[in-house]
Design a protein around this ligand. Structure first.
Ligand SMILES: [Zn+2]
Ligand SMILES: [Zn+2]
Length: 84
């Protein structure tokens, strides 16, 4: 039974842990905020060469949802939730 909990500031979900002060990484960053599908890890070289998004090199794009046109690029980082 998890005794401690923390709330993800991004998605509002509550994460649980048995240990106080434990850090749980919320998985909401892996899912597309527009359609809820699990996104694909962003392979910069592929997208760069194919689509010429050279200007996106500066944006820390981590994940991409290919279900949209243009594709949705996410720079949302994993959220660490501290359980207290
Ligand atoms: Zn979250
Ligand atoms: Zn999507």
């Amino acid at each position: 039974m998890a005794k401690y909990q923390g709330k993800c500031p991004e998605c509002g979900k509550t994460r649980y842990s048995d240990r106080k002060g434990d850090i749980v990484v919320c998985d909401c960053w892996r899912y597309c905020p527009m359609c809820g599908a699990e996104m694909t890890p962003y392979a910069s070289d592929i997208a760069m060469n194919t689509y010429g998004f050279d200007d996106r090199r500066d944006l820390a794009v981590l994940m991409v949802c290919t279900l949209h046109f243009p594709m949705f690029f996410s720079n949302q980082k994993p959220v660490e939730v501290v359980c207290t």
